[in-house]
Design a protein around this ligand. Structure first.
Ligand code: SF4
Ligand code: FES
Length: 252
């Protein structure tokens, strides 16, 4: 099939960016989206031009490294898949695609389709850990965890930190990401000692990084490749309220 790509090209963080148009006349429907970009890049290199910079690692929907806006939607049009899992059979011959970085105030563009998502790492560093000694595997196995809590925690742990939720949100909020990270620890017994401090510290870092507030649009969960539910944001808000009440009681 033949495609026309309008790709955002920006040589560096402070450089001016612009869309460049590329004709791709021989796209195989079995290619992944990133393989299609590889083919475009091979041609650009042969012509002595700069290849399109884009992030990727596992190419299996595991690492969260990939991600761009395809016709305005983070990770493209198929639900529950990262950009690397998107296949060209989902496109039609003759289509025009606009490919942009996942822009947000907290995600400055580094080059072409690559944005700096280290703000998400700093949010995790602020509280997304447990410091309680958990012992070895046999010790962990003697602590009984209700099945529903274990399942819910595993659902939250599926977040790969891709940042699509931020790019889709009209407020550029990273609340779905924070909610997933808060919940996957806060639902387990080992995560209880720091549960309330964790939510306060991670949200303070979220705000400091320039992400906006959640206004329950739900665009985040629509584009999330791991189907992280808005229910986790509701849980985060409950934990935050409990944390505030506990702080007040301690102050009194
Ligand atoms: S919540 Fe979903 S969209 Fe957001 S970072 Fe995690 S996996 Fe990506
Ligand atoms: S490259 Fe790892 S999730 Fe896409």
């Amino acid at each position: 099939m033949k495609l026309t790509l309008h790709v955002w090209r920006q040589p560096g963080p402070d450089a001016e960016g612009r869309f460049e148009t590329y004709q791709v006349p021989d796209v195989d429907e079995h290619m992944s989206f990133l393989e299609m970009l590889d083919v475009v890049n091979e041609r650009l290199i042969e012509e002595g031009k700069e290849p399109i910079a884009f992030e990727h690692d596992c190419r299996e929907g595991i690492c969260g490294a990939c991600g761009c806006l395809i016709n305005g939607r983070p990770h493209g049009r198929t639900r529950l898949s990262a950009t690397c899992q998107l296949h060209m059979r989902h496109f039609k011959d003759g289509e025009e695609l606009t490919i942009e970085p996942m822009r947000a105030k907290g995600f400055p563009v580094l080059r072409d389709l690559i944005v700096d998502r280290s703000a998400l790492d700093r949010i995790v560093q602020a509280g997304g850990y447990i410091s309680a000694r958990t012992g070895s595997v046999p010790d962990a196995n003697v602590i009984l965890v209700p099945k529903l809590d274990a399942d819910w925690s595993m659902d939250a742990a599926a977040c790969i930190g891709c940042g699509a939720c931020v790019a889709a949100c009209p407020n550029a909020s990273a609340m779905l990401f924070v909610a997933a990270k808060v919940s996957h620890l806060g639902l387990l017994p080992q995560g209880q000692p720091e549960r309330y401090e964790r939510v306060q510290r991670m949200l303070a870092q979220h705000d400091a990084e320039g992400f906006g507030y959640c206004s329950n649009h739900g665009a985040c969960t629509e584009v999330c490749p791991k189907d992280i539910s808005l229910d986790f944001i509701a849980k985060l808000n409950r934990d935050l309220m409990s944390a505030s009440l506990r702080s007040r009681v301690q102050e009194d």
